[in-house]
Design a protein around this ligand. Sequence first.
Ligand code: ANZ
Ligand code: ZN
Length: 873
Amino acid sequence: MTTHIDPEYQASAIEPQVQQDWENRKIFKVADTVEGKHRYILSMFPYPSGKLHMGHVRNYTIGDVISRFHRLKGESVLQPMGWDAFGLPAENAAIAHKVAPAKWTFENIDYMRNQLKKLGLAIDWDREFATCTPEYYHWEQWLFVQLYKKGLIYRKLSTVNWDPVDQTVLANEQVENGRGWRSGALVEKRDIPMYYFRITDYAQELLDDLDTLKDGWPQQVLTMQRNWIGRSEGMEITFPSVDTNIYADGLMVYTTRPDTLMGVTYVAIAAEHPMAKKAAELNPALNDFIEECRHGSVAEADLATAEKKGIATGLFVKHPVTGEQVPVWIANYVLMSYGSGAVMAVPAHDERDFEFANKFGLNIKQVIDAKGESDADFDITTWQDWYGSKEGQLVNSGEFDGLTFQQAFNAFTEKLAPQQLANKKVQFRLRDWGVSRQRYWGCPIPMINCEKCGQVTVPEEQLPVVLPTDVVPDGSGNPLNKMPEFYETKCPCCGGDARRETDTLDTFVESSWYYARYASPDFTDGMVKPEAAQTWLPVNQYIGGVEHAILHLLYARFFHKLMRDEGVVQGNEPFANLLTQGMVLADTFYREDASGKKTWFNPADVELERDEKGRNLSAKYKADGQTVIIGGQEKMSKSKNNGVDPQAIIDQYGADTARVFMMFAAPPDQSLEWSDAGVEGANRFLKRVWRLTTSFLEKDHSNVEIDTTNLSKDAQDLRRKVHETIAKVADDIERRHAFNTAIAAQMELLNAIGKFDVQSDQDAAVAREAIITLLTLLSPFAPHLSQTLLTQFTIDLTQTILPQVDQSALTRNTQTIVVQVNGKLRGKLEVPVDISKEDLLLQAKALPEVQQFLTGPTKKEIVVPNKLVNLVV
Ligand code: ANZ
Ligand code: ZN
């Protein structure tokens, strides 16, 4: 029709052209403020590690499909992209290759930007930024200063991993089997001052506001957030000291089960508890054990499952109700950082205490029973789940016998509160967020240490504190500590010589507010331009991996509230809707040597034999032609060497195929099994769309409008299919995020068009409408192909909007009616849906195959609308 078009689908020929066109016309650029319907779609930004992996491709394709779909609806869509550019891998690369982290990072960014562009994403590239630029972290430092002044950031000692050979602090992931990753030296613990964000001040709000997200966020993520914040309601109970000369204060415990108070048989404290130190002064033998605990993991999950270890302190406290003496033990399962670092141990009803008591021969006393009678079935050697349940009544508890959990809670409060031995207490598991990192490649903490004045914030007019970029760390400590030109400064308070803070911020800080910066990335007067924040925030749809379900999302939610309280943004939450995409899996292949050591082979290097259903039968390593073992589908990872390089797929089939495959192979929140057969299938689908369209275009159709009153039955059926598909695809994409079924519906439509035989100008008009609709619906998934083909119909995809569902096309215009005589089927009628009852009866009686049974006048005429006519004679 317009230009000549290749009858063969060649992605490599059309994709660069279409992408160039988008760039030339700046199709996806949006303003900081817009009128009318608008939407902010954000996929979690990448760390510039070197090249894109399949997880990125899936993430960005999902975001892009949603973005493009809303563009089709005529909305302004902000879809930005940038780089989470600070972090440890750049320093490791620096050490390995002697290249400055900045150089390494920006080279990776250039490479990956290019890859992203080849994916065909509808991104406003004018908004791109990297978090390692002073223009960005300037405002992070600004916020830090405000929060420090407000008391929302404070400094306290905390324990780090110290490598004595490299003279450096190690991140947890740099410690392997207790040794430094580079030096191999035994890692020590050191206490150094660090900065903390007071996230616990926001714990209740962070918890409460999860309720406002319940329609937009996956249930599972809300639960994970809730558990992480970990609110519990319990009681603080004090066990007075027996010998107040040794330990005056008594021992305060935190418990969520005060109902079990009469079952306490010992009290357990953390190794770091002051009472443990006191006991060790009297009994130096305790020191070894305390020291041993200090070396263990501090992760709570590890503590719960680790072997129970403990030692009696020799000290005793008094039971607050009975006054009986209770022994105090040091136990490795008690955390100093939770509650008061002390636990009233009830071995009968707490599984950890049960294990501990059994190991050390401590008493186990049942005080709760399901039926309220001291149960002969209670077995002190084997734990049963009901022991830990709150359901039941108190037994063996004297005056408290027979009470339920809540009654006991109240009764013990009444009894102990007047003596100041108990009070209700809400406790959060969430800890304040330590943000200091003894690293070079991060945002400098805008603080100055003065011997006279202490910690002083960098004056705002001196921000940003710029990180020098021409530095190659060698792994021995933070290079900033060796750069007087960086750390030597004057105290803003007293004017004396002072030292700049050389620690940098946790990189989670940058990713906590980037979503807001995208609204006005070039703004030079603050974090976000107010009108831009007003327009674009909150993010309407956030998309990312479920591995970020806890920390990243919690920190970003926290930051939004901090920025809100600073007057920078409005609203309480940053992300109205969240989609967590599933993992990408691929086949694994390996060989095993005599010692059981496995060597993993990349799928690209393996030749597969499949059965007719596409199932794997056998596999050979291409290089030697010998068999490898098929290990099943697993998450793509370096350790299993089963990563499939998206670039290879894009090079071979084009971005559109890669996109369609990813979206078709599984619903977005489920794992996606990579399969070459699936990729080929997606490619065949696009080829068929191409061929069908080009062959339609080759014929010289007269260009008439559809006359809906004048369509053949087949044409009406096709039109109905077209409009049903519009409705289904819209619902699938927008409401259900079921991109896979949206594509399936398009495949069905393609089949229907393929079967449709064009016999008239009206037929051609209907086919044309069907093809244009198919291409439009397909465009969020395969934008290059769609744009190229729609151009042939002189339609500019970037300007077009989604066709409206024609309700009249959805109704079937004729219907089939069954005609019975005396209840027996005698004939069928094809009649208009709006036929009158009289006409229907007339036509039924006129059917020759019915007439022969109408032996007399009809006694009864039954009409079931849209279904049947029964004539009784
Ligand atoms: C007595 C008791 C009896 C407990 C019982 C449980 C069951 P959540 O709900 O997670 O807040 N606990 C208190 N402080 C602790 C610490 N520093 N380290 C380890 N455990 C500690 O957990 C509260 C429960 O965890 C508390 O209730 C306490 O044990 C323990 F049948 O007190 B419970
Ligand atoms: Zn000073």
